[in-house]
Design a protein around this ligand. Structure first.
Ligand SMILES: Nc1ncnc2c1ncn2[C@@H]1O[C@H](COP(=O)(O)OP(=O)(O)OP(=O)(O)O)[C@@H](O)[C@H]1O
Length: 792
C-alpha cells in the first residue's frame, strides 16, 4: 500500500514573457516605417501607424499608440545570445536539477520565431544555446553524478504528428499517461552524449520540416516543431538513489497568416487553415488560462488541437515556461503586432507550478508500462510484417483496380484510427468539463449559503456585493462550460456517424471482394485491436494511479483525524486553505463508523456520480458508469449501515475494474465474511486487510461463487446472508455494466430495480435490499448455483 509521502515542494510561478522585435529587412527599409520602440529592457511602445490623422483625431488627441511592459524586451540590435543570457539561461540550468521547462516563440509569420529558436550558424538560436548549456552543466557536475540525456523532435503538420528523427515517419498519436502527462506514442527518443550529436539530429530534423515560400516569408514554417530534451540524473555508484528527471521542450510554432495576405491557395491554404486552427486553439487556451487566474474554474480547451495538448504541461502544469513573443517593426504589420502583444500581455497572468521530478514510480505502474512497451514493440513488428506482406502482394498484383482498392483501404484504416482517437479525446474533454463544473457548482452552493448568512445576520453590503459578483462569475463559467460540453456532444455524435459510415464501407468491401482484400482488412483490424489493447492498459494505469491517490488521501485523513479535530473544524480549516471537501462521507469509516452529513446533493458528491447524472446514457454508456449508494440512504433498513457512495467502473470491453472507494465498505475488501462479522444483517467487525480487485468479465461468473454466508468475487466479499422470508439478502453488491446500471430501491419486503441507464427492463426481485448486475444474477446462473433467488 502506498504510504503518504511528503510532497516535493511545489512553487507557483507565472509565465515569463519576453518580447523580441526583429530589424526591418531590406525591402521593408525601403517601403515601410518602423513603428516599434523598445523603451527600456522591459517596455515596448507601438507607435500610431496613421501619420495622416483626420482633424477630429488630432484635436481630441486620439492615438493608436500603445505601450506594454513585459519581463524582458529586446530590440532589433539584440542577438539570440542576448535573449538567451538574459531571459532563458537561468531556467535551463534547472533542467539538470530535475525541473521542467518550456520555451516557445509566438508571433505572426515572418516575425522571427524560427530565427529565435533555431537561428543561423552565425547567430545560433535558443535551441542550440540551451543544448550547449545543458552539456556544459553536465560536465561541471563532475563524475559523482551519472546522466542520461535523450532527445526527440516532432512536428505537427495539418493536425498530424510526425517524427522528425525518422526518415519516413508515419502518423503518431497522443496518449494521456497519468504519470507522465501527454506523451506521443511511438516517438523516437535518441540517447545522446554530446550537444554536437543533438545539433546533428536537429539539423536533420529541420531539413525534414515542412517549409514553403509564402508572400510574407521566403522560408515560412508550415508546421509546429517541438524539440524535447530529457535529462536523468542519478548519484553514481549508489544502489537505490533518487533519480532526478528534468525535461526541456523548445517549440517553434508555424506562422499565423491570413490567406489574403499570403496569396496562398490549394495545399498552402489548407496548411494555413490548420496552422491557424492550432494557433487559434493556443490563443484560446492563453485567454482561458489568463482569465482563470481572475475568474476561477473556466474550462481550458487544450483538446481542440494537437499542439495545445502537447503544450498543456508548459501552459499550466509542472513547467517553468517562457514565451518569446516575436514582432516585426514594419508599419504594415501593425495589426499582427498588436495581436501578438495582446496575447503576450495576457500570458503574463498564466500560472504554472514547478516541482522537481524525483523518481517515485510504484512497481505495478512500472509493470504496466513494461506491458505497454512490449505491446508497442509487437505493434511495430506487426506493422513491418504487414508492410512486407503488402510489398510481396504488390509484386504479384497486376490488376489496377486491386491496387486502388488497397490504397483506399490504407486511407480507410488511417481514418478508423483517427476516428477512435478523436472519440477518446472528446470524451475526456467532457469529463474534464464536468469536473470543472462540479467545482463551480460546489462553489456556487457555498456562495449562496454565505450570501444568505450575510443577509440574515451581519448585513455587510460590501461583502454581499463581492459575493454576488463572484457568484455571477461562477454562473458565467458554468454556462460557458455547459455550452462547450454541448458542442463536444455534437462532435461525438458526428464522430459516431463517421464511425458508422466507415463500418458500412468495410462491410461493403468484404462483401464485394475476394480473399486478398478481406485478409488485408483482417490484418488492419488486428492492428487496431492491438492499439485498443494499448489504450486499455493506459486506462488501467490511470485507474491504478487514482487508486493510489485514494489510498494516500485516506492516510492523510487518518492523520487529520489523529489531530482530534471535529468535522466542522476540518471543513473550516480546509475552506481557509481554499479546499472544498466534496464528499465528506469518504472520510467516515475513519471516524470509527460515526454517521456524518447525510444531506448531500448531487453537487456535493464525488465527480463520478454527477457525470453520470448530467450526461445521461449516451455519455455514461460509452465512458464509464457509476452508481451511488445514496439510493438506499433514506431507507430505514440502512440506518446504522454504510452510507457512502460506491464507485463501480467499467472501461471498454475487456477489462472490468472495481475500485474501492474508501467509504464503500472497504474494510471488507479481500476478506471472507463469516458469521461473526454479522449481527442483525449488519457487519459488526471490520477486518483490516484491503484490496482492490480487477477481473475479466469472461471469468466473472466463475469467480463469483457462493459459500455459506457470503459471495465472493475475486477475493472481495459480497456479504450475502440467508433469511427465511426472503431467500437471499445481498447487502451491497453494486455493479455497473457498459450499458446497464441498476439501483434497487427497497419497498417494504420487496425490492424494485430502477433503470439508471439504457438497458432492457429489469424484473422485480424477492430481496429486501440489493442492487445487482442482471447479467451476473440471471435465473440460470442462480439455479445453477442452487439458490432460490427468484425473479418475478
Ligand atoms: N532578430 C533577427 N535578426 C535578423 N534577422 C531576422 C531576425 N528575426 C528574423 N529575421 C529574418 O526574418 C526572416 C523571417 O524570419 P523567420 O523565418 O524566423 O520568421 P518566422 O516567424 O519563423 O516565420 P514563419 O512563421 O512564417 O515560419 C528570416 O529571413 C530571418 O532571417
Amino acid at each position: 500500500m502506498p504510504s503518504l509521502k511528503a510532497p516535493a515542494s511545489k512553487k507557483t510561478t507565472t509565465l515569463t514573457v519576453a518580447v523580441r522585435c526583429r530589424p526591418l529587412n531590406g525591402i521593408e527599409r525601403r517601403r515601410c516605417r518602423n513603428i516599434i520602440q523598445v523603451t527600456d529592457d522591459k517596455g515596448v511602445t507601438v507607435l500610431d501607424p496613421d501619420l495622416a490623422k483626420d482633424y477630429l483625431d488630432r484635436i481630441q488627441n486620439r492615438t493608436k499608440e500603445k505601450s506594454y511592459k513585459f519581463d524582458y524586451a529586446f530590440g532589433p540590435e539584440c542577438k539570440n545570445e542576448d535573449v538567451y543570457r538574459r531571459s532563458i539561461a537561468s531556467t535551463i540550468a534547472g533542467i539538470v536539477q530535475g525541473l521542467n521547462a518550456t520555451v516557445f516563440a509566438y508571433g505572426s509569420t515572418g516575425s522571427g520565431k524560427t530565427h529565435t529558436m533555431v537561428g543561423t550558424q552565425k547567430d545560433p538560436g535558443l535551441m542550440v544555446l540551451s543544448l550547449h548549456m545543458i552539456f556544459d552543466l553536465i560536465k561541471k557536475a563532475g563524475s559523482s553524478n551519472e546522466f542520461e540525456v535523450t532527445c526527440s523532435y516532432l512536428e505537427v503538420y495539418n493536425e498530424v504528428i510526425y517524427d522528425l528523427l525518422e526518415k519516413s515517419s508515419g502518423h503518431l498519436e497522443l496518449r494521456e499517461d497519468p504519470v507522465q502527462g501527454i506523451v506521443v506514442a511511438g516517438l523516437k527518443k535518441i540517447k545522446v552524449k554530446s550537444a554536437d550529436r543533438i545539433l546533428e539530429l536537429l539539423n536533420m530534423g529541420n531539413s525534414r520540416r515542412k517549409t514553403e515560400s509564402t508572400e510574407a516569408n521566403a522560408t515560412s514554417s508550415r508546421s509546429h516543431a517541438v524539440l524535447e530534451i530529457t535529462v536523468k540524473r542519478k548519484q553514481r555508484g549508489q544502489y537505490c538513489s533518487e533519480v532526478l528527471q528534468g525535461k526541456l521542450a523548445l517549440v517553434d510554432l508555424a506562422g499565423s497568416e491570413r490567406a489574403s495576405e499570403t496569396k496562398s491557395g490549394g495545399q498552402k491554404l489548407r496548411d494555413g487553415a490548420n496552422i491557424n486552427r492550432s494557433l487559434l486553439a493556443l490563443a484560446n487556451c492563453i485567454n482561458a488560462l489568463g482569465k482563470q487566474q481572475k475568474r476561477g474554474l473556466a474550462y481550458v480547451p487544450y483538446r481542440n488541437s494537437k499542439l495545445t495538448r502537447i503544450l498543456k504541461d508548459g501552459l499550466s502544469g509542472n513547467s517553468q515556461t517562457i514565451m518569446v513573443a516575436t514582432i516585426s517593426p514594419a508599419v504594415d504589420q501593425y495589426h499582427h503586432t498588436i495581436n501578438t502583444l495582446k496575447y503576450a500581455d495576457r500570458a503574463k497572468e498564466i500560472k504554472t507550478h514547478i516541482q522537481k521530478n524525483i523518481g517515485t514510480l510504484d512497481n505495478h505502474v512500472a509493470d504496466y508500462r513494461k506491458m505497454i512497451e512490449s505491446l508497442q514493440v509487437e505493434i511495430s513488428q506487426l506493422r513491418s510484417e504487414l508492410a512486407q506482406k503488402e510489398s510481396q502482394l504488390s509484386l504479384k498484383v497486376t490488376d489496377k483496380a486491386a491496387d486502388d482498392e488497397l490504397a483506399w483501404l490504407n486511407i480507410l484504416s488511417l481514418e478508423i484510427g483517427e476516428n477512435v482517437q478523436e472519440r477518446i479525446n472528446l470524451q475526456n474533454a467532457l469529463f474534464e468539463l464536468e469536473e470543472a463544473n462540479l467545482h463551480n457548482r460546489n462553489e456556487l452552493q457555498h456562495l449562496d449559503a454565505a450570501i444568505v448568512k450575510q443577509q440574515v445576520g451581519e448585513k455587510d453590503d460590501a461583502v454581499v456585493q463581492t459575493l454576488r459578483s463572484r457568484r455571477q462569475v461562477i454562473l458565467d463559467n458554468i454556462r460557458d462550460n455547459d455550452e462547450a460540453g454541448a458542442n463536444y456532444m455534437k462532435e461525438i455524435e458526428e464522430n459516431e456517424k463517421n464511425r458508422r459510415q466507415l463500418q458500412e464501407m468495410i462491410d461493403e468491401a468484404i462483401k464485394r471482394n475476394g480473399n486478398r482484400t478481406y485478409l488485408r482488412i483482417l490484418s488492419q483490424y488486428r492492428l487496431l485491436g492491438m492499439t485498443n489493447a494499448e489504450l486499455q492498459f493506459e486506462l488501467a494505469i490511470r485507474d491504478q494511479v487514482i487508486h493510489n491517490h485514494q489510498e494516500a488521501q485516506q492516510n492523510l485523513w487518518k492523520m487529520i483525524m489523529g489531530l482530534g479535530l471535529d468535522q466542522k473544524q476540518i471543513i473550516d480549516l480546509a475552506a481557509k486553505q481554499g479546499i472544498t471537501i466534496e464528499d465528506w462521507t469518504e472520510t467516515q469509516d475513519l471516524f470509527g463508523g460515526s454517521k456524518l452529513s447525510p444531506n448531500r446533493t448531487a453537487a456535493s458528491l464525488s465527480p463520478f456520480w454527477a457525470c453520470n447524472r448530467n450526461f445521461g446514457p449516451s455519455f455514461s454508456s460509452t465512458a464509464c458508469i457509476f452508481q451511488h449508494w445514496q439510493n438506499f440512504r433514506s431507507r430505514d433498513h440502512f440506518e446504522g449501515q454504510w452510507e457512502g457512495s460506491t464507485l463501480c467502473r467499467e472501461e471498454h470491453l475487456s477489462s472490468y475494474y472495481m475500485l474501492s472507494h474508501s467509504h464503500f465498505p472497504s474494510p471488507y475488501h479481500g476478506v471472507k465474511m463469516t458469521e461473526e462479522h454479522w449481527a442483525r444483517g449488519k457487519p459488526v467487525h471490520y477486518p483490516e486487510k484491503r484490496t482492490t480487485c480487477a477481473c475479466n468479465p469472461t471469468s466473472f461468473h466463475d469467480d463469483f461463487y457462493h459459500q455459506k454466508d457470503h459471495w465472493q468475487l475475486n477475493g472481495r466479499s459480497q456479504c450475502v446472508r440467508e433469511e427465511s422470508s426472503c431467500p437471499i439478502v445481498i447487502n451491497q453488491p453494486l455493479f455497473a455494466n457498459t450499458a446497464e446500471v441498476y439501483s434497487i430501491v427497497p419497498e417494504s419486503e420487496r425490492v424494485f430495480c430502477n433503470k439508471l441507464s439504457s438497458c432492457p427492463d429489469m424484473s422485480t426481485l424477492h430481496s429486501p435490499y440489493s442492487a445487482i448486475r442482471p447479467t451476473m444474477f440471471n435465473a440460470t446462473n442462480l439455479e445453477y448455483k442452487g439458490h432460490p433467488f427468484n425473479f418475478v
